[in-house]
Design a protein around this ligand. Structure first.
Ligand code: NAD
Ligand code: DAU
Length: 356
């Protein structure tokens, strides 16, 4: 039986909302139930164009609210629970690690427990057929690479930030539910995403927002840290492939061998905005080196051989195209950016960057 019904937690965030769009576009018969607490990172505007689509239902709520999750599992009986819900920003985790434990670790365990209660027959020791829990994790759980080599699924977990420690802890619980109870699970570990609807606390949208206003472009340390950038739609495609065809109990790394030093990203955004807007004041003079992030991982690089070989996944969007699409989207949606950069964001920005 084809998977048709998905519970998508964290659906109003960056990747979750792109996943909802991807699935509705690809599968005419899909049913999506989106659950999101609507923290500062959750934004229903990301889903405004699908809010009247009969195949999609939104519920505001917390993944830690087990009564609510149990009710959603009963009412909608999803084939697959895809957990995007998380506190996702490394810098915020350095300031407030407890929140990351609450949402990323406890929230994941709560979801696992609810799925187990709904899908497991303890007397018969059997699971309902056709069910799966998919944990959206991150390459950051592997820690940092030196100049050589890549993360494979066998790389030991070695997180350095409170964010990545919380994601690693969640991954261990997911595997514990598989190993102990036989729960049908997958974990995906993707590299840095970029694309439409990313909150401007993350590097690329922050640069776009600042550069347009001729504000300083903060570069942590020497700016030679390397990230492996993947266009968000390619991540969504990979999650769909793992949900449908991933072997139970397996981890899949997701990345497109697109490693770039941060300064390359900064200069690319400057050059593209300058050209598109014909604005000579958007220049490399805006680059401002600031204090490095504590515990900053030097390099990430994914080996995607397993997902490519086993599931036939490959990234479709080269970086040059993806970054142009991303900048186009932000330029076409100034209202979106204005909406998320007032009030609380300004306080956040001052707290994070003033006197840094
Ligand atoms: P995001 O911060 O943009 O979105 C997170 C969403 O989760 C928001 O809509 C927020 O409201 C919601 N949320 C937070 N706490 C919740 C709770 N307790 N209950 C319900 N909803 C809650 O994050 P993102 O960048 O879209 O990342 C999504 C997932 O993908 C995360 O698990 C993250 O660890 C993982 N990931 C992100 C990247 C990346 O580059 N952004 C890469 C790999 C993996
Ligand atoms: O690798 C996957 C991870 O990618 C995800 O799990 C996280 O949820 C996501 O936030 C992202 O983490 P990073 O810390 O790599 O992303 P961020 O955009 O915060 O930073 C990218 C790089 O840019 C990193 O080396 C830090 C640097 N940076 C970031 C900001 C916000 C700067 O130099 N200046 C900045 O102002």
């Amino acid at each position: 039986m084809e998977m048709q019904t998905f519970l998508v937690t964290g659906c109003a965030g960056f990747i979750g909302s792109n996943f909802v769009h991807y699935m509705l576009e690809k599968y005419p018969g899909v049913r999506l139930v989106g659950l999101d607490k609507l923290t500062y990172a959750g934004n229903l505007e990301n889903l405004a164009d699908v809010e009247n689509d009969a195949r999609y239902t939104f519920v505001q709520g917390d993944i830690c609210d087990k009564a609510l999750v149990e009710e959603l599992l009963r009412r909608h009986d999803p084939d697959c629970v895809v957990n995007f819900a998380a506190e996702s920003h490394v810098d915020r985790s350095i300031k407030n690690p407890e929140l990351f434990v609450k949402t990323n670790v406890e929230g994941t365990v709560d979801l696992l427990q609810c799925c187990k209660d709904a899908w497991y027959d303890a007397a018969a020791k059997t699971w309902k057929a056709g069910k799966k829990y998919l944990q959206v994790s991150t390459d950051e759980v592997y820690g940092a690479l030196g100049p050589e080599g890549y993360f494979t699924e066998a790389t030991p977990l070695c997180p350095h930030s409170p964010y990545s420690a919380s994601k690693a802890a969640a991954d261990l619980f997911v595997m514990a539910f598989h190993d102990t109870y036989g729960m049908p699970v997958n974990i995906t570990r993707c590299s840095n995403n970029y694309g439409p609807c990313q909150f401007p606390e993350k590097l690329i949208p922050l640069l776009i927002n600042n550069a347009r206003q001729h504000k300083a472009l903060p570069v942590y340390g020497d700016g030679m840290q390397v990230r492996d950038w993947l266009y968000v739609r390619d991540h969504c495609k990979a999650i769909d492939a793992v949900a449908r065809a991933g072997r139970e109990g397996e981890v899949y790394n997701i990345g497109g061998h697109n490693e770039r030093p941060n300064l390359f990203i900064v200069k690319t955004v400057i050059a593209q905005l300058r050209e598109r807007l014909g604005d000579g004041a958007i220049s490399e003079a805006l680059i401002t080196h600031v204090a490095d992030r504590p515990g900053h991982d030097r390099r990430y690089g994914i080996d995607p051989a397993k997902i490519r070989h086993d599931l036939g996944w490959y990234p479709e969007t080269p970086f040059e195209k993806g970054i142009a699409l991303t900048i186009d989207w932000y330029l076409a949606n100034p209202g979106w950016m204005a909406g998320v950069t007032s009030g609380e964001y300004l306080k956040y920005y001052e707290q994070m960057y003033k006197n840094r």
